[in-house]
Design a protein around this ligand. Structure first.
Ligand SMILES: [Zn+2]
Length: 439
């Protein structure tokens, strides 16, 4: 609840807490009288082992301040998971527990399913259940509508040819390999990501795919994709740029990205603007791209992560196919060093506006950043002294983000080795070559 105020909406996952998550995990041992029934205890232990053995997402994918663990996005609902459990019982020739008890044990273990849908709005939900006042709700609706109006206006300007407007987001995490075989349930897999940019006037789309052995999910990664795409677009048509996104701090609202965009504004001599949609109401054109890709992926077997890129190119034909590329570690620039602005905090004292209050950031060719905390405000300069414009380095002379590929864990490497048995032999070398640590 109220994650918006803390700015910890997690873009890199689309784990929506299932309804049952809101309830306290029931105390299974006391709600049943199985304490003295050794067979039942055995069955409980088996469920716990079954669930315990399923691969979980690494902790950096999970919501801040939660001890909950998320299963890899293999199961889309509890019924599917329960079927896998039943198959497992059959294989081991044991009785399986009922669905209700299975669900209870799942909750008791503090587990959650991955859910690729966009978050429902916390504020709208709270209003429905009477947990926030009509006044707070009215404020929220005003802000949401105001942000939409801003975007519609900008779309019109883009269609008239006066600027470029993009929406941007990361697709829910994909896994490689991904097969219709139960062998993959129990093995950790390689995480694959897609950062998407959608030009709302031309409907052109660019998908940047990369996997965890080539990149983490730090701010410089997304900044590198954005700068790469904007450089190409601006070399064809030099116009001001407006970027729409949700207000996720890790991805879209941070000092690293701001410095990258400011450098580009200076080098290209154009104004670049970032605008943020209201939390809970961030549906954008790039989400339709992700839906189309998900649709195309249905029933497909993925042996190698690059297949995701190939499939995304076929996910639309009208008005033109999506563009897509697969990145390796050499692509990324480190935008977090030699900062022009050390902070994008709009205030200085306690009680002043903070980063999560920002609605708009404007990067000017003269090397300054301006901001709004409400779309109807005047622009104000950020209250921090930037580096003098004549001592700012060019983007292409900044350091690369990675000197080598990124090692995966020993367990993941081993699991992927095991999965080779269900993959065509032509794909094995990719998994053999994955860098990995010794723990
Ligand atoms: Zn809402």
């Amino acid at each position: 609840m109220f994650l918006a105020t803390l700015g910890i909406k997690d873009w890199f996952i689309r784990y929506w807490l299932t309804k049952t998550d809101c309830a306290m995990p029931p105390d299974v041992s006391s709600s049943t009288s199985n304490r003295r029934n050794p067979e039942k205890i055995e069955d409980h232990k088996h469920v716990e082992k079954f669930l315990g053995d399923l691969p979980k997402m690494p902790s950096h994918y999970c919501r801040a301040k939660t001890s909950r663990e998320y299963l890899e996005p293999i199961f889309s609902n509890m019924t599917q998971l329960y079927h896998a459990y039943k198959d497992n019982c059959e294989l081991e020739g044991r009785e399986c527990l009922g669905r209700k008890l299975f669900d209870k044990l799942f909750l008791k273990l503090n587990l959650s399913l991955f859910h690729p849908k966009k978050d429902q709005c916390d504020v709208c939900c709270s209003h429905k259940t009477g947990n926030i006042t009509d006044e707070e709700y009215a404020q929220h609706v005003l802000k949401k509508d105001r942000a939409r109006k801003e975007k519609d206006t900008d779309k019109g300007i883009a269609q008239s040819g006066a600027c470029h407007v993009f929406t941007q987001d990361v697709e829910s995490v994909k896994l490689a390999p991904y097969l219709q075989a139960s062998a993959i349930y129990y093995k950790t897999k390689l995480c694959v990501h897609n950062f998407t940019l959608y030009n709302i006037a031309t409907k052109e789309v660019m998908c940047y795919w990369f996997d965890e052995s080539n990149s983490t999910l730090e701010a410089s990664v997304f900044a590198s994709c954005l700068v790469d795409h904007l450089e190409k677009v601006l070399s064809l048509k030099l116009l001001p740029v407006v970027l729409y996104s949700d207000g996720c701090c890790a991805q879209n609202r941070n000092v690293t990205l701001s410095n990258a965009l400011l450098r580009l504004a200076i080098e290209k001599n154009i104004v670049i603007t970032q605008k943020y949609l209201e939390k809970g109401h961030t549906h954008m054109e790039c989400d339709s791209v992700h839906s189309a890709i998900e649709c195309k992926l249905k029933g497909k077997e993925i042996y190698l992560p690059q297949q995701y890129m190939a499939i995304s190119k076929t996910a639309r034909s009208d008005p033109m196919p999506y563009q897509a590329c697969y990145l390796d570690y050499t692509f990324f620039t480190d935008f977090s060093k030699e900062l022009i602005y050390k902070s994008i905090r709009p205030g200085k004292k306690v009680g002043d506006p903070v980063v999560t209050d920002l609605r708009m950031l404007e990067y000017r060719p003269n090397g300054t950043i301006w901001y709004k905390v409400s779309f109807d405000d005047e622009l104000h300069p950020l209250p921090h002294r930037p580096t003098a414009i004549n001592s700012i380095k060019q983007i292409n002379s900044l350091q690369k983000l990675y000197a080598a590929r990124i090692p995966i864990t020993k367990r993941k490497y081993q699991d992927l080795q095991d999965l080779k048995s269900v993959l065509p032999s032509s794909c094995h070398s990719f998994y053999d070559d994955l860098p990995h640590s010794n723990h």
